[in-house]
Structures are given as C-alpha cells and as structure tokens.
Design a protein around this ligand. Structure first.
Ligand SMILES: [Fe+2]
Ligand SMILES: [Fe+2]
Length: 466
C-alpha cells in the first residue's frame, strides 16, 4: 500500500514512472475541476468523512475530519487472485485477460468512459445541494457521496491511462471537460444531465440512479478483464453507502409525510411533501435509471458476454450454465402498435436480465417505505411504474405507456403526464421547502431524523464544522 504517495494506491504506481507522471499531470486538472464543479461553499470546512486507506476489510473505511480538497483520492483495486479465470462466455475457463483484448479495445474503452463519465457528472448535479441541507448529518452524507464519486472517476481514469495509451489519456482529459446539463458539452447519459437541485431529487437519484451503478459495476466486477473486475469490486463497497443514503432518505421523507398526514388534511399547509409528489419523483428517476441499462435486445450485450467482458449479476453464485449460448428469453415488444411476446437468444437479452435484477432490488426499497406508511397507520401505498413507462432508450422509446404499462396514444400521455411526472409546480413547491438547517441535532420539517448516526455517532454529532 503506497498511502503516502501523491496518489495513494495499491497498484505499485511508483514502479511505473511513465504512468505515474501521466496521472500526476492529470491530478491538478482534477483538483481544478473539483474546485470549479465540486460542492460549492464548503471546500474549507471540516467534514467527518470516511477515506479508503486500504482494501482490507478493517482498513478501507477510515473516519476522520477532512477538508474535501484534502481527501485522499486514490487508486485501489481488490487484490488479484492467483490464476484468475474468465468466468463466462465463449472463453469460459481460460486465463483472465491482464491486458485489453485487441478486438474489444474500442468497446471496452467506451464502457469504461461511459461509467467514468457518470462519476463527475453526479458531483456536478449535486454541487449546490449543500446550501439547502436538511441537517448536518445529511450534509455529511452528501459530501461523502461526492468525494467517493470523485474517487470512482480516479478508478476509471487509472484504467484509461494504464491500458489504453494515448486514446485513454485523451478520454481521461475529456472526462474533466464535459459538464452535466451543458447543451454544448453534455455528459454522455441522459440521467446524468437531469437537474438534481433539491433533496427529494437527490434521494431519488441516490436510490435509483446510484443503484443502476451498482448493477453495472456488478456485471463488470465479473469481467474477464481482470483489472476492471478488481476495480469494480472495490467500488461496490463504497457504492453501498450511496444507495443507503437514497433509500433511507426517501424512507425518512415518507415517514415525515405520514406523520403530517395524521396532523391535518393538507400536508402542504404543514410544510411536508405530499405522497403524490414523492410518487411522481419515483416515476421520473426510476424510468430514467432503467434507460441506463441500454436496449432490451442488444447485440453489444451478446458480444460482451461472449468475449467474457461483461457478465450477469452474481454470475458465479447465481448460474450453473456460464456459456448461456442455447437458452432464449421472452420479452414484450411493440409490434404494429401492439404489445407482443418475442423470443430472443438469451445473450441478446442480458441488458434486460440485468434490468430485471435491478427492478427487484428497487422493489425492496418500495416495500420498506410502504411498511413505514403502514406502521404510521396510513393506507396509501407507493409503487414502481411499469418498466415500459416513460422510456427514452430501447424497445419502448418512441411509444407511450401509462404507469401500468398499457400502450396509450401520445395525446393521452400528454393529457395525463402531470399525474405521473413531476410538474413545474411540484418542483417549485419542493424547492420552496429547501432551507438549510445546520444546527447540530436539528432537522428540517419535511423529513424525519435518521434512526442512527454515522459510525456509532449520534444524530446530534457535529458532522460538518461550519
Ligand atoms: Fe460511483
Ligand atoms: Fe455512487
């Protein structure tokens, strides 16, 4: 572990002078980007953050007060296993790739760039949220997510520099040049160009969009390109907290709304967020996040699986047949203005298979929030819209569906859109509630306090010293 290098790492960076120099050249550009696009107004504050200082189970989460620009962004890969093998596809059982297989160089670079692009994008989307935090606990969690997304960018940039030569270095530079929501140089994926400027959007983002990240990283953690697999395996340990922030954040909003519903008929009058506004935000972020998995029927997914580069979720634990060349998969497609079943080779349906795993995971979140409603004695329930609803990528893009997944006309969708998706008015209302609460132990009126604090500290702990 080279923790005290300029770039902390467990990849023996000091032994590869050329790579080290290239990354040290990228570092100041990264820091400039962080100052320009990172959390605004808090760069000089002490924040109670965890820092990865080793990949060992007991050492990777080191908690202390840190100023964000001094956070040790490092390169950490899960230790290599001896004799790693390709775990699936046509080359199943052969030695894992230690270098990029030539014929997949371009598509693998594209995958890494696309994943890498989401990391700084989310920091950009969230950069103003600190100014309206509901509590110091939440403020700290926001910053924890932000610095770790920065580290995930580092993880992808390391792979680009180390394995893709000149093209990789150019791509690493471009990752600092695109900007979320900027029409001239947008981020690659649409969910990462959507504004995330209030805390309801933030919790939905970390619940649904970070969770897409979990599934993409899990599929890549199976990769036969071993450096990518080991990078993603370590990123997943950090990602878990991001989804915790979203899942419990929404649960706390739901809980507070339920409490206010018992106090009076009009939650708005009491300063809470009505359940139908929460539902519309769920619909919005869930549907955009589904798009991130790519088309339902995809020759790319088949090629990547065949090559042993991108596997299924928990490929080793969940499946017996790692070749998956014979099976087929039935899915609903739109055919002459009707929904019909179509059978496709399983390998071409792997985006959809991964999306299915994701949906089941999201449903657990919904079940937790609905339990909160039930515990508070409220009869209303929240739900996930059908996966065909409001899609912009894949089989269902260009068609219109209601939240149950029925094909409807464009006119009907237009007419009913305000039932299903956040309206301008919803957004303005939510924004009107966003006032900073920064006294230790205090919390905004529209959200319940968390059940526990961070790392055994109480909720009242001063997580950020302002
Ligand atoms: Fe990330
Ligand atoms: Fe994340």
């Amino acid at each position: 572990m080279n923790l005290y290098d300029r770039i902390p790492n467990n990849v023996n960076l000091s032994e590869d002078k050329k790579l080290q120099r290239a990354l040290e050249k990228w570092l100041p550009n990264y820091l400039d980007w962080w100052q320009e696009m990172g959390p605004e107004g808090f760069q000089q504050k002490d924040v109670y953050l965890r820092t990865a200082i080793s990949v060992e189970p007991d050492g990777w989460a080191n908690f202390d007060f840190v100023k964000m620009p001094d956070y040790r962004w490092g390169i950490f890969l899960k230790p290599a296993e001896a004799d790693a093998k390709i775990g699936f596809g046509d080359n199943f059982g052969q030695p894992a790739y230690q270098e990029v297989p030539g014929e997949f160089r371009n598509s693998l670079r594209r995958i890494i760039v696309t994943q890498g692009d989401t990391e700084p994008a989310s920091v950009e989307q969230q950069r103003l949220l600190g100014k309206t935090c509901p509590s110091l606990y939440d403020l700290r969690n926001l910053f924890q997510v932000n610095v770790e997304e920065g580290r995930h960018l580092w993880a992808m940039v390391y792979l680009l520099h180390r394995y893709f030569g000149r093209d990789g270095r150019d791509e690493a530079d471009a990752l600092l040049e695109r900007r979320s929501g900027n029409p001239n140089k947008p981020r690659i994926l649409e969910a990462f160009n959507q504004p995330c400027d209030d805390w309801l959007n933030f919790f939905c983002f970390t619940m649904f969009t970070d969770r897409d990240g979990k599934y993409q990283l899990s599929a890549l953690a199976e990769s036969g390109f071993e450096p990518l697999a080991r990078t993603c395996q370590f990123m997943l340990t950090e990602e878990a907290h991001h989804m915790f922030v979203g899942d419990t954040g929404l649960n706390r909003v739901v809980k507070r709304t339920a409490q206010l519903m018992k106090e009076g008929d009009d939650v708005r009058e009491l300063g809470g967020i009505p359940l139908n506004i929460i539902q519309r935000h769920i619909n919005f972020w869930f549907s955009y996040s589904l798009d991130l998995f790519g088309g339902e029927i995809s020759s790319n997914s088949a090629d990547f699986f065949a090559a042993g580069l991108k596997g299924r979720y928990r490929e080793q634990e969940q499946y017996q047949d790692h070749i998956a060349a014979e099976q087929s998969f039935t899915m609903r497609v739109v055919d002459e203005a009707q929904l019909k079943d179509r059978e496709v080779p399983l390998r071409n349906a792997l985006n959809e298979v991964l999306r299915g795993e994701y949906v089941r995971d999201c449903e657990k979140g919904l079940a937790r929030w609905n339990k909160t409603l039930a515990d508070e004695g409220i009869g209303t329930r929240l739900y996930l819209p059908n996966t065909r609803f409001h899609r912009h990528v894949g089989e269902y893009a260009g068609h219109n569906f209601d939240v149950e997944g029925n094909l409807i006309s464009a006119e009907e969708f237009e007419q009913r859109k305000s039932e299903w998706l956040p309206t301008m008015e919803d957004r303005e209302y939510v924004r009107s509630l966003m006032h900073p609460v920064t006294e230790p132990g205090k919390i905004a009126n529209w959200i319940a306090p968390p059940a526990t604090g961070i790392k055994g500290k109480p909720f009242e702990f001063e997580y950020v010293r302002l």
